[in-house]
Design a protein around this ligand. Structure first.
Ligand code: SF4
Ligand code: SF4
Length: 346
């Protein structure tokens, strides 16, 4: 690990050279109806990079686990894998999204490693940017503090006069050649640390309790059907809370045939456990069973997964407090702080 410094006036040149040499994906603005939102997109010019973003609509997970991904293509008996990982730099990822990537890394490596995810992940260099504006629905400062981000290669922090660039891996070090970096002083490193710590004070939405106490009370509330029915009263079963979540990783796989009935593709698409058909299984002969038929059961399942079921495997809750689900839910009932805070202690 080493600490470097780049002056404000040298930053644009650094990014320009990086964009010329590599595929660089970063947060850019997407404006609609006077509302400014942000997405991760390929950068073609430095002016588009918006490190002052609060949150992106979709998490950077989509770069490794796209919403729709061909796994293989076939033509009669000929089958070809579609795995062609492309080297890229994800620039400006917030630390909570790195924590989420660490979780999907672990889950996709579990048992049978999923190369359709891990190969893309290995081809990426991840540069964190310090959070410069807090998303009003975010609560990352009060959830899962015991889980530290690990999967990044470098961490950029804006301080007075420039940025401290902390490298943690060889891939992170390899970016230094694109900019006029000097060694960071102890004062600059301390200023960067303070800048990251101080931002937590602006993250006002709060999840109460510890990860362990929340896991315990959420699990203990499993049988309180009235509670879940009330929580899910206005749920449309749209699945938006799943779709925007950086830690959700369920998918569906289907084979598609072309009109020649010989060729086609095996494709995976994101799935969402809040949707009505998620847990519907075939019993054969046209019959089916849905083992989470009620929306309250599906709503409860999401909270069991986020706050309790995966904790042991991940070292903390499967939620990083990004606030995307709260913002994406039309009925505004998906906010984990509202739901978990209102569950009585076990
Ligand atoms: S559950 Fe909501 S707040 Fe938590 S990681 Fe998923 S989208 Fe973010
Ligand atoms: S909780 Fe909200 S976002 Fe999630 S499925 Fe229900 S209505 Fe859709």
């Amino acid at each position: 690990m080493s600490f470097h410094f780049i002056k404000d006036q040298d930053f644009a040149d650094f990014l320009t050279d990086l964009i010329r040499a590599k595929i660089v994906v970063g947060p850019v603005a997407k404006t609609s109806r006077q509302q400014e939102k942000f997405v991760f997109a390929r950068l073609t010019r430095v002016q588009d990079l918006r490190l002052d973003y609060d949150v992106t609509i979709l998490p950077p997970k989509k770069e490794f686990f796209p919403a729709k991904q061909d796994l293989l293509r076939f033509d009669g008996p000929r089958v070809k894998a579609c795995l062609e990982p492309v080297e890229k730099v994800l620039f400006g990822v917030h630390f909570y999204d790195v924590k989420a990537l660490d979780m999907t890394d672990a889950l996709f490596k579990e048992k049978n490693e999923d190369r359709n995810y891990t190969a893309h992940r290995e081809a990426a260099t991840i540069v964190v940017s310090n959070i410069r504006k807090v998303f009003p629905r975010a609560f990352w400062a009060s959830i899962g503090a015991e889980v530290k981000p690990r999967g990044h290669d470098a961490w950029l922090t804006q301080i007075v006069g420039g940025c401290v660039f902390e490298t943690g891996t060889l891939k992170g070090e390899a970016l230094l050649k694109f900019g006029r970096f000097s060694e960071a002083s102890a004062d600059q490193v301390a200023a960067a640390r303070r800048a990251n710590e101080d931002m937590g004070k602006q993250c006002l939405e709060q999840l109460k309790g510890t990860s362990a106490s929340n896991a315990k009370k959420v699990r203990a509330a499993f049988g309180k059907e009235e509670l879940w029915t009330k929580f899910a009263e206005d749920c449309f079963s749209c699945g938006s809370c799943n779709t925007v979540c950086p830690t959700c990783y369920c998918f569906d796989v289907q084979d598609w045939w072309n009109i020649d009935q010989k060729s086609g593709a095996r494709t995976r698409t994101w799935d969402a456990c809040l949707t009505e058909d998620f847990a519907k299984i075939s019993l054969g002969a046209g019959a089916a069973e849905n083992f989470r038929e009620e929306r309250a059961e599906r709503f409860r399942h999401r909270f069991m997964r986020k706050a309790a079921y995966l904790n042991e495997k991940l070292g903390g809750p499967a939620c990083v407090g990004c606030g995307r689900c709260s913002a994406a839910c039309t009925a505004d009932i998906a906010d984990p702080t509202t739901v978990i805070n209102s569950i009585p202690e076990a």
